[in-house]
Design a binder for this molecule. Sequence first.
Ligand SMILES: *Cc1c(COP(=O)(O)O)cnc(C)c1O
Length: 336
Amino acid sequence: MSEQQIHRAAANESPYPPPQAVRDAVAAASTRINRYPEVYPTELARAIAAHHGVPVEQVAVGAGGAGLIQQMLHLVARGRRRGEVLFAWRSFEGYPLIAEGMGVPVRRIPLRGHAHDLDAMARAVRRRTKLIFLGSPNNPTGTAIRQDELDRFLARVPRRVFVVLDEVYRDYATDPATADGLATLAGHPNLVVLRSFSKSYGLAGLRVGYAIGHPGPIAGLRGVTMPFLVPEVAQAAAIAALAVEPEYAARRRAIAAERDRVTRALRAAGIPVPDSEGNFVWLPLGERTAAFEATCRAEGLLVHAFPGEGARVSIGLPESNDLLLKVASSGTVAGP
Ligand SMILES: *Cc1c(COP(=O)(O)O)cnc(C)c1O
């Protein structure tokens, strides 16, 4: 058997190892793992607040974006009248997974042409609706919500309903029309912006995410945080990562350029890939999805298949992206 290199393109991870400054920070913090971290990661919250130019009262740090999604759902689930949560479908699998695990009822509003149908979502709001997740860019389709669409949507949704704009891929967006959650917070006390170090900074293994919003909902989120949630090594890595932002920005630009190259090539191969603003592309292959995934696997490329619908493929280094293009033009997926 020949040694085959495996290319991991199934979880939207960064293909780059951490910068030296981040590794050094982790190594230094590792000498103190016999000690508990701070009960709440104050220094990291301050670094995030400074990075985005917001007061620290507007930042809640959590165990990845997923941890904050769980905290948001916790706020919805408690109280005498349990609320329901709305989100588009298909969108992030974590929304129904975490909600259903907590017994929170969910309603899925179908995408229209791979993008959020915000009119349908606004119409779907009813009395028991307490929370709406909007992914922009959306996982797995890559489509982003435009600023004008978000503004119109927020004007229609009652203020008692929380809107979580999940921007964990926002730093990869290059279309200037893409909604900017942080710039939209003013005037929308029910808006909460979700960010994560997993996707923007390639720190998926350390589980650090954060939410930015008005002090009221942020205090609510902090009120349902586990003590000692974020290990000191993770805090140290995240703080060090923010300090080398230009290095990450250059990496994201390289990924976005590769994403656009791959999109053009896939379209040339006859696959109608929607515009992606994330670090991944969506191949709407329908019934051909399973065969495509198997062929990729045989080539050493791991992708995330949704059988019968499509495949989400993370953008990696050019070698990994070229493998995708090789499979896509091989005839396995050339379809009707
Ligand atoms: C990956 C992801 C998250 C959360 O990731 P964490 O690793 O928990 O920070 C949240 N939302 C979407 C849409 C994602 O793809």
